[in-house]
Design a protein around this ligand. Structure first.
Ligand SMILES: Nc1ncnc2c1ncn2[C@@H]1O[C@H](COP(=O)(O)OP(=O)(O)OP(=O)(O)O)[C@@H](O)[C@H]1O
Length: 256
């Protein structure tokens, strides 16, 4: 899969709307992610971050939206999830998937798209991906992907597997959620590894210290992007928000 030239628009979302039971979960949302960038999406609970991720990925039940989702210049609204994956969009779920009956090493080898490319000068091993995700390969390569792994360990293995896929766009939905032992530095290492791999990242988080490692950031509120800019500016804006559970009204008044 050829990488996009750096800094061209990789993903453009134009006037996206997604309505459930008479409520706009995503409300006229527009944003752009440039090739090679880590773009942080900051927002409090229930503001539509995961919904946006599912819409970009084209998950079941999330395809009847209006507006445009454009990937590398092509409107992908009508494409099912597997075709979007084939284009190079991949997502790490908030709650990682469990693949039982397979070793961690085999699981990461299956996902290692670079290993099947004879053109790639350096094929990272499963051990490399595990280390990038903060797990000691000696302790984990031969473990089985089953219930004996803790939630945090599964999440790290999931992140390692997304890295191995080397996607054009990795959507990381709260990579730090539910795993207090996944330190900020570990997350920074993983994000940097994505960048080194040439992947762009949509980094979903509600922690401004995580957003600060991005190249660009946007704040989502009430299903709408209310502010985009440098991670520092967006983090400052986010810290000064006046609502705990945000429906977008207060933020929209600030930007109108
Ligand atoms: N299928 C659905 N039907 C009705 N409401 C939904 C549905 N999916 C999501 N919602 C609601 O839409 C809002 C946005 O949900 P979403 O999961 O996108 O929030 P989030 O920003 O990812 O929140 P968190 O930080 O808590 O994960 C929430 O109020 C949620 O309850």
């Amino acid at each position: 899969m050829l990488k996009s030239p750096m800094h061209q628009e990789l993903l453009e979302i134009r006037h996206l709307k997604y309505r459930v039971d008479g409520r706009d979960l995503i409300n006229d949302l527009s944003m752009t992610i440039h090739a090679g960038d880590v773009h942080a999406l900051l927002g409090t609970n229930g503001t539509g971050k995961s919904t946006l991720a599912y819409l970009i990925m084209g998950c079941e039940g999330y395809r009847s939206c209006s507006g445009e989702i454009i990937f590398e210049g092509k409107i992908i609204n009508d494409l099912p999830i597997h075709e979007r994956a084939r284009l190079g969009i991949t997502m790490a779920w908030q709650e990682p998937v469990r693949f039982e009956g397979i070793s961690v090493s085999d699981y990461l080898s299956l996902k290692n798209r670079l290993a099947s490319s004879p053109l790639h000068p350096f094929t990272p091993s499963p051990a490399y991906y595990l280390e990038m995700a903060g797990l000691n390969p000696e302790l984990y390569l031969h473990r089985m992907v089953d219930k004996s792994l803790s939630g945090g360990e599964r999440k790290r293995i999931e992140l390692a597997s997304i890295l191995a896929l080397s996607p054009k766009l990795a959507i990381l939905d709260e990579p730090d959620s539910g795993i207090d032992m996944l330190s900020t530095q570990d997350i920074i290492n993983v994000i940097n590894a994505f960048k080194e791999n040439g992947s762009s990242v949509l980094l979903i988080t509600h922690r401004e210290e995580i957003a600060l490692i991005a190249d660009m950031a946007s704040q989502i509120c009430g299903g709408k992007i209310v502010f985009s800019g440098s991670p520092h500016d967006v983090a400052e804006y986010y810290k000064s928000r006046q609502c705990l559970v945000c429906n977008g009204e207060v933020c929209r008044q600030r930007t109108d």
